[in-house]
Write a protein that binds this ligand. Structure first.
Ligand code: MN3
Length: 224
């Protein structure tokens, strides 16, 4: 998983359970901007509901599932531990993806939409592989458009493939793991755009690049 990426986002609170183990809970990360700061590209209301309701649901669901899993494990209930895998994957993925997403977004005044510096290794890699940043955005948008139902698109660095950049999509709240380092995560669930863009999700995918923080993407590319 991506726990190391999110140390700052996770504020552990100690839990003492009936089985004596000490575990940590995840919680909503602090945002670097106000709900209204991404307007007009993403409305204040969308951010508010997305963060306080949707992301919170994944936080709560993950904490519950992990707690139940630990209890089942302590009691030797193998079948129950297997059954809980789906909830852990869904809510843990939802928690993780949204932590990535918020950090990937920045108001235009705080560098949102600003391309990585041309002389940076990251910018050179993008040009070498895709020809231009616009081509990478267009490829990502076409992958986003191809998602059937709910899912995510990620621009990743594939550490098993010489650090090549790739654009991948996942269904539901599946996140990227293993050698795939997420640089940019884009939420393609209806809840991410419907209040503002209704059925025209292509407009949301086009608008979001105005508030994408390439600085954050570059940081992840460089440290991983
Ligand atoms: Mn979402």
């Amino acid at each position: 998983m991506l726990a190391s990426t999110f140390k700052a986002a996770v504020r552990p609170s100690r839990l003492s359970s009936s089985i004596g183990a000490v575990r940590t809970k995840v919680s909503l990360p602090d945002l670097d901007w106000d709900f209204g700061a991404l307007e007009p590209h993403i409305s204040s209301k969308i951010n508010e509901i997305h963060y306080t309701k949707h992301h919170q649901t994944y936080v709560t669901g993950y904490n519950q599932a992990i707690e139940q899993h630990a209890e089942a494990k302590a009691k030797g209930e193998v079948k129950k531990t297997i059954e809980l895998q789906n909830a852990i994957k869904f809510h843990g993925g939802g928690y993780t993806n949204h932590c990535l997403f918020w950090k990937n977004l920045a108001p235009e005044k705080q560098g949102g939409g600003e391309p990585p510096a041309a002389e940076s290794e990251f910018a050179k890699k993008i040009t070498e592989q895709f020809g231009s940043l616009d081509n990478l955005k267009a490829l990502t948008n076409s992958k986003l458009a191809g998602i059937q139902g709910s899912g995510w698109a990620f621009i990743v660095k594939n550490k098993e493939n010489g650090g090549q950049l790739e654009v991948v999509t996942t269904a539901n709240q599946d996140t990227v793991t293993g050698p795939l380092v997420p640089l940019v995560a884009i939420d393609a669930w209806e809840h991410a755009y419907y209040l503002q863009y209704q059925n025209v999700k292509a407009d949301y995918f086009k608008a979001i690049w105005n508030v994408i923080s390439w600085k954050e993407a570059e940081k992840r590319y460089t440290v991983n």
